[in-house]
Design a protein around this ligand. Structure first.
Ligand SMILES: *Cc1c(COP(=O)(O)O)cnc(C)c1O
Length: 464
């Protein structure tokens, strides 16, 4: 290839005169500016992340957070000895989160950053499995069978945990009048092979909080009656950085002695950039030694417990930035505003169609989200509405409820940092316009879940 003049217009470069390499490793080099333009332009077809109300994850960051992320792209968080201050900032975050969740001794609470709640959940589950395996007292003296855990409707990471680590998942079917697991239904599914009960603070289906204190009381009673001592793990992926600020009177965390571990996504309500989660244990006894690997750190060693080895350090660093930038006062103000915005959306959605709110953004009942279902048959379904809204750029998930309510479809919109009152007004105008359009142009056949497809809150296993 001849060397071309730098002054040449970008779009006349030979590299842009034909399609980008797609299926085979490219032979030749092209100028960085051309490669950048190809990649940048292809991404124009992606949805606009801030109009994506299906995601729980951070889609807005201030300039300082972006600067820290770009300044730290070269830092590997596993290199504790080489980047001791990155390690230090991560440890400060662990202590701060332990304090936020009322761990008995925040200075000595074991915890780690992770790539997200999924990794954190796996670690919490693995610790429970190792603890269960080591028990030989009372009802645990008999030979052990296949380990299991009991839960209500959970995010797919728990199905993954079950499959990848050979643990049986006992997902209790929903009662016909409920969207969360009823505490009275927990004990009947537990036995001496139950390694934990998983409670969800911020269900992915509806945004509702489960009754963690109710689960704890049930399990306390079970222990009294049978000797079975079953720990609680709280999946607080989205509630972990909300409830402490907007519903401090809700008791769901380490204030309940039965709660032994908690996971949360820093990159959801923690306001950190994508790729940040937290796993925290109640005390050192709750994190089995077998899960710990030591790495060099300032002439000594530091414990690590992660599924990955190399991971970017910027996420934990920027999480620390968010913690010290906002503090309790700032997080409370930000999250209360999201609840207000969610309630504004709820008030507008309910009268727009034959809709019944499941969660209206009430901070005592759930996260900063709104979920609703249809109360009567009409000439469109929620998948059709989702599809219409997509034509205006709004990404809003519609999906069936879990068993035993899988016949019902719900729609959910998650309100996050950067989504304003005014954007809700724009969205509501489009909801009303879409419904009007669907009435005026009734579809011959409504969309199915697969056809509405593309984005969901979840993933489905390919084989049973
Ligand atoms: C999002 C979510 C997860 C998975 O978290 P990631 O950070 O996406 O890995 C797990 N549980 C619940 C309840 C969630 O909302």
């Amino acid at each position: 290839m001849s060397v071309r003049d730098e002054s040449e217009d970008l779009f006349t470069l030979p590299a842009l005169a034909h399609g980008a390499p797609k299926n085979r490793f490219p032979e030749l080099s092209i100028p960085a500016s051309a490669a950048y333009q190809i990649v940048h332009d292809e991404l124009l077809l992606d949805g606009v992340s801030r109009m994506n109300l299906a995601t729980f994850c951070t889609t807005w960051l201030d300039d300082q957070a972006r600067r820290l992320m770009s300044e730290t792209t070269d830092k590997n968080i596993v290199d504790k000895d080489e980047y001791p201050q990155t390690a230090e900032l991560e440890q400060r975050c662990v202590r701060m989160v332990a304090d936020l969740w009322h761990a008995p001794d925040p200075d000595h609470t074991p915890g780690t950053s992770t790539t997200g709640s999924s990794e954190a959940a796996m670690l919490g589950g693995l610790a429970a499995k190792f603890r269960w395996r080591a028990r030989t007292d009372g009802p645990y003296a008999a030979a052990k069978g296949v380990p299991n855990f009991v839960c209500g409707p959970v995010q797919v990471c728990w199905e993954k945990f079950a499959r990848y680590f050979d643990v049986e998942i006992r997902q209790v079917p929903l009662r016909a009048d409920r969207f969360t697991l009823h505490p009275d239904d927990v004990a009947a599914h537990c036995d001496s092979n139950t390694i934990m009960v998983v409670a969800t603070m911020g269900q992915t289906f509806t945004g509702l909080y489960e009754d963690v204190a109710g689960f704890a009381a049930t399990l306390d009673d079970l222990q009294q009656r049978t000797g079975l001592d079953i720990p609680l793990h709280v999946d607080a992926a989205s509630g972990g950085f909300l409830a402490p600020f907007t519903a401090p009177e809700l008791i769901w965390d380490f204030r309940l002695p039965r709660v032994r571990s908690i996971n949360a996504s820093g990159h959801k309500t923690g306001l950190a950039p994508l790729g940040c989660g937290w796993a925290i244990w109640r005390s050192t006894e709750d994190l089995p030694e077998q899960l710990i690997f030591d790495v060099d750190y300032l002439g000594g060693s530091m414990a690590t417990f992660n599924l990955n080895f190399s991971r970017p350090g910027g996420q934990a660093i920027t999480q620390y930035y968010e913690f010290i930038r906002l503090g309790r006062v700032g997080y409370t103000a930000v999250q209360e505003e999201h609840h207000h915005v969610a309630r504004h959306l709820a008030q507008g959605v309910e009268p727009a169609g034959p809709f019944e709110l499941i969660h209206d953004g009430d901070p005592l009942r759930g996260i900063t989200a709104v979920s609703w279902r249809m109360t009567e048959e009409t000439d469109y379904n929620l998948y059709d509405l989702s599809d219409r809204l997509r034509s205006r750029g709004w990404l809003i998930a519609a999906y069936p409820l879990p068993a035993d309510r899988q016949g019902e479809t719900v729609m959910r919109a998650v309100i996050r940092h950067g989504f304003t009152h005014d954007m809700v007004d724009l969205l509501l105008a489009d909801v009303r316009r879409s419904i009007d359009h669907l009435h005026r142009h009734p579809l011959e056949t409504s969309l199915t879940r697969q056809e509405a497809g593309g984005f969901t809150h979840d993933a489905t296993p390919r084989s049973a």
